[in-house]
Ligand binder design. Structure first.
Ligand SMILES: [Ca+2]
Length: 334
């Protein structure tokens, strides 16, 4: 009897472990995700099933059993569960550092082309990190979407926060991008150009100085033209701006880096003078890619004259002499 009990216990244990393992496999197989407050993310035409279930695992299991179900979603407060036939949007994470958060989902393919499309389809979408697929190249990118400022739908392509990323880079780096969506970022000229080429877009730049005063400029048309010259084309400055940062001075100007001089100054390279790849004319008023200089630090790069600070991360009402703590640039289809 004893040995029979042992066998029963062993079999029961084995079955239990097997169930746990298979549950775990099922749980991850369909890349299910849990939403705390937002509506479940799949378009109504793509909903395969919906209903109330006990927990996310049950939701995932139902999806796993249906061949055409690509992703399931569970809402903890109402216990709603849906399965989608087509994966549309992957909401990544709102954490400031996203590297680990996005790793498990990297293989997922989403079909939204920018933050504006996300907001159009899901008006309650929150600011955060989303995977998008660019409309022409089909390149997938993780982008940071601002869904709050002035109605939201902004795709952020430039951001300075803390000086953690070096912005004195060559043309190839400016073309392909550097930094990351969760921190300091330059998305890349070729991607910015493609995003802006999708339709009419507006451009917004935001700045915060070291007194924590904020300012912004908006331009009604934004394009990067002339192929790999990435010439800045911005339309009229929106009347709602609250600072005159001076980006309009760079209008119709190609992008210059220290290894690719397209500015209008024959005797020198503005990217070297201003320590930044930028749309330098001769040279610039606002310098959002310049040297990050916290308060108390000396604004000094090799070759600069003593007291010369126009190579710093600067630009506010009145121009680049004002040090900036933060800045961002973003675009939105109109
Ligand atoms: Ca030059």
């Amino acid at each position: 009897m004893k040995s029979k009990s042992k066998i029963v216990i062993l079999i029961s244990t084995f079955l239990f472990v097997l169930q746990v393992i298979s549950s775990t496999i099922v749980h991850w197989k369909k890349y299910d995700f849990i939403r705390q407050s937002l509506p479940l993310f799949c378009k109504s035409s793509e909903i395969l099933f919906s209903g109330t279930v006990h927990d996310p695992l049950e939701c995932s299991k139902i999806c796993s059993m249906k061949h055409s179900c690509l992703v399931s979603s569970f809402k903890p407060d109402s216990h709603e569960c849906i399965g989608c036939q087509e994966f549309r949007i992957w909401y990544v994470e709102t954490a400031p550092t996203i590297k680990h958060a996005i790793e498990p989902q990297k293989h997922l393919v989403s079909l939204v082309s920018d933050c504006k499309e996300i907001l159009d389809e899901f008006p309650e979408a929150e600011s955060g990190f989303y995977e998008i697929k660019l409309w022409s190249s089909n390149k997938t990118l993780i982008v940071n979407c601002d869904m709050e400022t002035d109605g939201g739908g902004w795709t952020i392509f430039h951001r300075r926060l803390d000086g953690s990323i070096e912005f004195y880079r060559n043309f190839t780096e400016y073309e392909n991008g550097f930094g990351n969506a969760g921190g300091e970022l330059w998305l890349g000229l070729k991607y910015i150009q493609e995003l802006a080429d999708q339709s009419h877009s507006e451009l917004r730049i935001d700045m915060t100085n070291y007194n924590n005063a904020t300012g912004y400029e908006i331009f009604q048309e934004f394009k990067l033209t002339n192929g790999i010259k990435y010439t800045l084309n911005i339309g009229l400055r929106d009347a709602s701006v609250n600072v005159a940062a001076g980006l309009a001075y760079s209008n119709s100007v190609p992008f210059t880096t220290f290894d690719r001089d397209l500015d209008t100054v024959g005797s020198r390279n503005c990217a070297v003078d201003r320590h930044a790849g930028w749309w330098h004319r001769s040279c610039t008023i606002v310098n959002l890619n310049g040297l990050y200089v916290p308060p108390g630090s000396i604004c000094k790069v090799a070759g600069a004259e003593p007291g010369q600070c126009d190579h710093q991360h600067g630009g506010f009402d009145g121009g680049g002499e004002v040090k900036l703590r933060r800045s961002s640039m973003m675009l939105r289809r109109t």
